[in-house]
Structure formats: structure tokens, C-alpha cells
Design a protein around this ligand. Structure first.
Ligand code: ADP
Ligand code: MG
Length: 336
């Protein structure tokens, strides 16, 4: 297929634009790299002559994500330029509060979650619910970097004081985390988050399933636990994903009109499932994100049946599939 149009690749806080470049080159698509963080980014977009823009939002700091979200809002909602993945799924991405409302509204099974915007509400909650451990999460953060398991009321109250301030929000210091570098451990002042608490019931899990959907391709594997956390463990179980989960993810993506989505699902000790996370952008370090009996491949839905196709489909960290999907959307004018 000869593709005549030009795609814009947004260069932001992360390196994933390089994977978009490799994918466009492989497909013979003209592209232009646009510095979305530039002061004159609007002018760069307006003069670029691109029909659509490939995005890669950050996951590290709340402010970075907010800045990126705002620029995508202007680009997609006001300037009416097509973007990939869709605005809605990128808005939910790295926003555990918003993701929680979305899952709640659509009634998907998930860990019981409470989001507190007032200290008094949280203190009332722990007065009545004396159940520990409790899981606390920051709004952004990957690889379990913002997740804490709190074992008692005293620590929970101390966390609330840091988050909301002792007597006044002006005194909110936030919870400082420490990052392990190669030589030193250092305080990450840049990732302190304040003025809300995301609290979850602790679930005993066997492992987490990661089910991926990009366009019509589906993949699945297990994320195994290291200590309390599956996220960031780098331990993978290449086992056949349950069909029930593929169907669940299909349903989620249809409901949300999601283009590219990794859904992380807890498998509990009793065999039931809970949706933990939705991530439109996700890490994939292997050219296949699923192996069935040692064979790499993907699942496709055809005439209501799930069908396995062997091959390596996650080239360039799954970005090739994303670019193919975007090209399909733009050339067919398909409704998403
Ligand atoms: N409610 C919970 N109960 C038990 N373990 C949890 C819960 N929530 C998260 N975890 C553990 O913490 C890990 C990281 O949490 P997650 O919400 O996926 O954050 P991240 O965005 O850092 O991946 C999960 O992979 C899981 O192992
Ligand atoms: Mg996770």
C-alpha cells in the first residue's frame, strides 16, 4: 500500500517517539518529529502539514502528565487534529483516580477503591474500617513506584497528615519517596503528590494477567509477583491467557473505544479476577507479548471466534502495530 500522507510524531518527555520513527520507516510512511514541549508547539503543529499525530505521554511526574494532557486537549479537541491513541484513553492513562471512576461507572470487577479529597473523610473511614493492610497509590507512577502497603492506623494517619497537611492544606508536605540510583539513594522531591488519597482493599493474588489489545490483535501473559508487587517485578509467566479475560478486555475496549490498551487483571487465590489497571501506553521489551506452548503470536477475533496466528507482532515495542492501526483509521475514515 502506498501511503501519501505525512504523520506527526510528538517528541515529549520520553523516548518512545523513537519507536514511532522506526515503525514509520519500516512502513515507508512520511513523518515529521514535532517537539510538543516547545514554547511554539502550536505553530509547529500548524505548519507541519501532518494529517495525524502519534503520541507518547509521560508516566513519571503528575505535572508532566498534566502538561501533556493539556496540549493534547488543544491539539485534538480544539484544533480537531486526529491523534493516536485516542484522547480519552490517553487522558485515563496514568491517572488512577480517573481510571477508578471509569471502571466503577462501567461496573467492572476491581479492587474496592476509595478516593479521598478531604482529610476528614479519610479519618472517618479509618475510624469505621479497622482493616489492614490497606493499599495506598499515587495518581501517576509505574512499576509500583507509588504504591504503599500500610499495615496500621498510626501509619495511615501520618500519611494523611503529610498528604492533606496537619491543620491546613498549606502545610501539606506530601509523602517523600526515595529512589535507588546506581550509586546513591536520593529523595524524589519532584514526585511528591498531595491533597488526595487513593486507598484500596488489599487483595491476596496469585499473579497479575496483562492482556493487550491493539486494533484487532490480542496478547496475554502473566506478571508474576516479586515480594508484594507484580508491577515492576520483570518476572513474566508465558502462559495461555484465559479466554474469559480476552473477552473481558474486548468488552472494555469496545465500551471505551480504546485503540491501544494493556489491561492488568489480578487473579485471586480463589480463581476470580479483578481489573487493576488500564494503560494505553505500556512497556514491551520482547518482540512477542504472548507465547502459547512456546510459540509466539497473537489472537484475532474472526466471526465471533478467537483464532491464534503465529509470529512476532510486537516489533518496536508494539509501536508498529499502533502505527498500522492509525494508518488504517486515517485511510479508511473508520469510526473508532
Ligand atoms: N489492591 C491491591 N491488593 C494487593 N496488591 C496490590 C493492590 N494494588 C496493587 N497491588 C500490587 O502492587 C503492584 C503495583 O500496583 P499498580 O496499581 O499496578 O501500580 P503501578 O502503576 O505502579 O503498576 C501490583 O502489580 C500488585 O502486585
Ligand atoms: Mg500496574
Amino acid at each position: 500500500m502506498m501511503i501519501k500522507f505525512r504523520l506527526g510524531i510528538l517528541k515529549g518527555y520520553t523516548d518512545n517517539y523513537k519507536q514511532y520513527i522506526l515503525s514509520c520507516k519500516e512502513m515507508g510512511i512520511m513523518y515529521e518529529v514535532i517537539d510538543i514541549l516547545s514554547c511554539n508547539w502550536i505553530e509547529l503543529i500548524e505548519t507541519s502539514n501532518c494529517v495525524g499525530f502519534l503520541c507518547g505521554p509521560p508516566c513519571e511526574f503528575q505535572e508532566w502528565k498534566t502538561i501533556y494532557d493539556e496540549r493534547l486537549y488543544v491539539l485534538n479537541k480544539i484544533m480537531k487534529k486526529p491523534i493516536y491513541p485516542s484522547f480519552d484513553e490517553l487522558y485515563i492513562y496514568e491517572n488512577k483516580r480517573l481510571m477508578s471512576y471509569w471502571l466503577d461507572l462501567h461496573n467492572y470487577p476491581r479492587p474496592e477503591t476509595k478516593i479521598f479529597c478531604r482529610k476528614a473523610d479519610f479519618l472517618d473511614f479509618i475510624k469505621v474500617n479497622n482493616i489492614y493492610p490497606l493499599v495506598f497509590k499515587t495518581n501517576v507512577g509505574a512499576a509500583a513506584s507509588g504504591v504503599k502497603i500500610i499495615k496500621n492506623k498510626r501509619t495511615a494517619i501520618s500519611l494523611a497528615s503529610k498528604t492533606f497537611g496537619i491543620v491546613n492544606p498549606h502545610f501539606a508536605l506530601g509523602d517523600l519517596k526515595f529512589i535507588k540510583g546506581k550509586k546513591w539513594t536520593f529523595p524524589s522531591f519532584g514526585s511528591i503528590q498531595k491533597h488526595y488519597l487513593i486507598v484500596q482493599k488489599f487483595e491476596e493474588i496469585k499473579w497479575e494477567w496483562r492482556i493487550i489489545k491493539i486494533e484487532d490483535s490480542y496478547f496475554g501473559h502473566q506478571k508474576l509477583l516479586k515480594g508484594n508487587f507484580a508491577s515492576g517485578s520483570s518476572r513474566v509467566g508465558w502462559h495461555k491467557p484465559p479466554e474469559e479475560l480476552l473477552l473481558l478486555v474486548k468488552d472494555i475496549c469496545e465500551k471505551g473505544k480504546f485503540d491501544s490498551m494493556a489491561v492488568d487483571i489480578f487473579e485471586r487465590n480463589n480463581g476470580t479476577y479483578l481489573v487493576n489497571e488500564l494503560q494505553s501506553i505500556f512497556g514491551s521489551y520482547d518482540d512477542a507479548q504472548m507465547y502459547i506452548n512456546g510459540h509466539p503470536g497473537r489472537y484475532l477475533f474472526k466471526n465471533g471466534q478467537i483464532h491464534f496466528e503465529e509470529g512476532y507482532f510486537n516489533i518496536y515495542k508494539s509501536y508498529l502495530l499502533r502505527v498500522k492501526h492509525f494508518v488504517n483509521i486515517l485511510s479508511t475514515g473508520k469510526e473508532r
